[in-house]
Design a protein around this ligand. Sequence first.
Ligand SMILES: Cc1ncc(COP(=O)(O)O)c(C=O)c1O
Length: 390
Amino acid sequence: MDCQFSPEAATQTIDWEQQRAWVEIDRSALKHNVRQIKSLLAPTTTVMAVVKADAYGHGAIDIARTVVAEGVEWLAVATVTEGIELRSAGIVAPILILGAVNSTVQVQAIVKWGLQPTICNIEQAISISKAVAKLPPTSPLTVHLKLDTGMSRLGTNWQQAITFFGEVKSLPYLQIGSLYSHLATADELDLTVMELQLDRFQRAIAAISTAGYELPLLHLANSAAILVGDRLHYQLVRPGLILYGLCPATHLQSSIDLQPVLSVKARITQVKDISAGTGVSYGYRFIADRDIRLAIVGIGYADGIPRRLSGRMQVAIRGRLVPQIGSITMDQIMLDVSLIPDLQVGEIVTILGRDGNVQITADDWANELGTISWEILCGFKHRLPRVSRG
Ligand SMILES: Cc1ncc(COP(=O)(O)O)c(C=O)c1O
């Protein structure tokens, strides 16, 4: 059989896939969330939108363009490749790479694409400075110094802040764009550790300032810290989760009015009746205890529905909650739609999101699975086309 690739056919693939299942991005909700965040900040505090991991599964390019148009000044990604993806799409806002940069090839790409790396320790600063020295003359590379104030992840211990700052400052080809740290427990009810981290950050800043150095931009706050209070805001904040309309903790929900940005939709692909006693899906983990009207939906764990939700999730159809039954399979799930007997093939199922008065959130799934909404959002795969509205 003659089978030739045509770009036209490839474009059509998107439409076919949309017939099956897709992710919807609500740009109006995203803009609303940006405005809500800004309303909590002093006019002198700017926003760095954290768009790493493909903007928490939402699609980094579209999210970055939308937030920049809404007045967000900075973007943050985890890797050089993520930064290049945004630059290739024509995004010109300053981009901080939050992850570690350890190779000359990465530094070359950083300079070429106008990205700004995090420096975690002095050895890294020296090797980045040497790598920049070998490149054709450009202006000094702007770098961002990371202090470890208690997260025990990237960064130099806060007690070595003056030495770290002074040594990086003395290196050629680098200029310090900011000094920052990351909080481990700002979303918890007990803020003891967060206060300790804040205190350490303040002491490190005071020490650098007392040593006679001019302070660069300072930043500390993730989503939870933005909501905890303005003493954590400094000149810049780094929201991730709240941009996407989810709250990092139940007790912080009243501090901000958020709208979820992402929904997941799919279509009914078959409707049929099964009689009492019939097993459903792999392993027969569900056996019908009565006659059931069954609907098959074209979305599965390969699209990002965790298989551990098998028999533990509900979806929404025509504004009503409907139970999913049996094991979730790679590309399909089964529903008990006995309550909607006239359901038709092609009707839309809301897997995550709002349908009338019914809403299913990433928090619902995370609570059911004992995980966090961040992980749920990042789990939706590229097989689901992203469709933006608003
Ligand atoms: C350094 C840093 N800042 C900010 C964020 C944003 O965090 P959140 O999604 O909790 O706002 C992250 C995300 O993990 C991060 O690693």
